[in-house]
Design a binder for this molecule. Structure first.
Ligand code: NAP
Length: 488
């Protein structure tokens, strides 16, 4: 019988050093960083604090491994991903516990992320052997045009804390499939899941140097020299728009290839012909997945005036019935936010809206006691000049406003610098398609509150980023097209 998964056992099994060139080691300074439990504020573990020199060593290892890795048969790269997918699935409970401990979400949500995150390895294990090219006759008839795809080369991956596994596998999976080596820098709040994943990839036989992981509290100082290093060929980042902007500026020096998965400000539209119960169900998913700490979280609810009262009262009732507590405990629906700064931001956005005339229907009060908890909250009559109408809330707060016709709904939805995902609920297929086409977003969920799917191209437009992760498109981000002209 498998040993029971306990908090102590998972924490003991995670390596906490830097993973460079296939080996675990301490940082050059010997310094460590504390990793906190957001439900208590106490220290769970410490991890190595990389210096500039350690960062460079990680890139050295990735550069040294690149040529051999690019020559590895695609089938071997695919099989490696497949083995990793199977081992993550076998250890799903360990990964789920680890994520809940460092990030706060409930075990049920963490299990969902293990399924979602590991699926990127299965999907890209299948894509590794489908990298193709073409053969064509040039218009003059005398030359032949050949194209082939080659790995971009050593890639720097910077990931956020909100999905500690999936935001990594969405990049690592296609990079392995394409034949790129990499340096990964997980978020400082949640490094443990990535360290456990690196060790699992070592275990299934990923060659030394293909994947390197550095954890650091000197983030900008350690990352910038790597971004400016001419040996680096690609930067892929998931995180906030302001940091993404800075990184794009740094990447411009070397004309580095970039993929940016940035912030969102998702509108959630409910039309007068919508199935309101289905819309409320979708709203709960779009708002409460990950406690609202998702780039895809519904940030602004716009409901047709004729169904607004029914929708709002049902949503308020559902939000008020959720149980808040530590993610490891049974019966808990909503865990804490990741840290004090995040909770302060959510709380100040609510106070700002209330100060400008919005009404709190449920929640809205910071609870006393340890941990960074915030209650599920519904707010009505949020004016357009409220900060939360413009900014990502990143917490369990649903602001509801009304509209009276389709043009107004689309105008309100598009009135933001962001363009990641929008949701709409209607029974009318024509309206669904016309509105979906008019929305300036990379993704649109129709009658569904979740769009994330490893088989689909995930990504945004405008200030939400460039590039796509997942789907057939995901591997192209790690490939260059080479054209060979051949005179007969
Ligand atoms: P963040 O503050 O931008 O941090 C993301 C990552 O960037 C972390 O690893 C962070 O490291 C690193 N970083 C921060 N400053 C840096 C710098 N100067 N140079 C290099 N790296 C730097 O974002 P977050 O708070 O972790 O994540 C939340 C944000 O991510 C939200 O805006 C959310 O919408 C976005 N997100 C987008 C997607 C998407 O697919 N579009 C998915 C998930 C999340 P440290 O932890 O060490 O600071």
């Amino acid at each position: 019988m498998a040993a029971a998964v306990t908090q102590e056992s998972v924490l003991e099994s995670v390596p906490t050093g830097l993973f460079i060139g296939g080996r675990w080691r301490e940082s050059a300074s010997g310094d460590r960083i504390d990793v906190h439990d957001p439900s208590t504020g106490s220290v769970l573990a410490t991890v190595a604090d990389a210096t500039v020199e350690d960062g460079r060593a990680a890139l050295d290892a990735a550069v040294a491994a690149q040529a051999d890795w690019a020559r590895t048969p695609p089938r071997d790269r695919g099989e490696l991903l497949r083995s990793a997918f199977e081992l993550i699935s076998e250890r799903a409970e360990q990964f789920a516990m680890l994520m809940t401990l460092e990030m706060g979400k409930t075990l049920a949500e963490s299990r969902g992320e293990v399924t979602y995150g590991s699926e990127f390895f299965r999907w890209f294990s299948e894509e590794a052997v489908r990298i193709g090219g073409r053969y064509a006759t040039a218009p003059n008839g005398a030359t032949r045009l050949l194209t082939t795809k080659q790995p971009v080369g050593p890639t720097l991956m910077i990931t956020p804390w909100n999905f500690p596994l999936a935001m990594g596998t969405r990049k690592i999976g296609p990079a392995i499939a394409a034949g790129c080596t990499m340096v990964v820098k997980p978020a400082t709040q949640t490094p443990l899941t990535m360290l456990a994943l690196a060790d699992l990839l070592r275990e299934v036989g990923l060659p030394d140097g293909v994947l390197n992981v550095v954890t650091t509290s000197h983030t900008g100082d350690v990352m910038e020299p790597l971004i400016r290093d001419p040996r680096l060929r690609k930067l892929t980042f998931t995180g906030s728009t302001p940091v993404g902007r800075t990184l794009m500026e740094q990447a411009a020096g070397g004309i580095l290839r970039v993929s940016m998965e940035l912030g969102g400000n998702a509108p959630f539209l409910v039309f007068e012909d919508a199935d309101v119960d289905k819309a409320v169900e979708g709203a709960m998913l779009a708002k409460m997945r990950n406690m609202g700490e998702a780039c895809t979280a519904a940030n602004r609810f716009y409901v047709h005036a004729s169904v607004a009262e029914e929708f709002t009262s049902k949503l308020t009732q559902r939000m008020g019935a959720l149980t808040v507590g530590r993610g490891t405990e049974q019966g808990v629906d909503v865990g804490p936010l990741v840290d004090e700064k995040s909770r302060d931001k959510v709380s100040s956005l609510v106070q700002d809206a209330v100060g400008k005339g919005a009404r709190v229907l449920v929640g809205g009060e910071v609870p006393s006691g340890a941990g960074w908890f915030y209650p599920p909250t519904v707010i009505a009559d949020v004016p357009p000049d409220a900060e939360m109408a413009k900014e990502e809330i990143f917490g369990p707060v649903a602001p509801v406003s009304t509209f009276t016709d389709d043009d107004e709904a689309v105008r309100l939805a598009n009135d933001t610098e962001y363009g990641l995902v929008a949701y709409l609920f209607t029974r009318d297929v024509s309206r669904a398609l016309l509105v979906a086409e008019a929305l300036e977003y990379g993704m649109v969920g129709v009658n569904q509150g979740i769009v994330s799917n490893p088989a689909a191209p995930f990504g945004g437009v405008k200030s939400s980023g460039v590039g796509r992760e997942g789907g057939f498109e995901g591997i192209d981000e790690y490939l260059e097209t080479k054209y060979i002209g051949l005179q007969l």
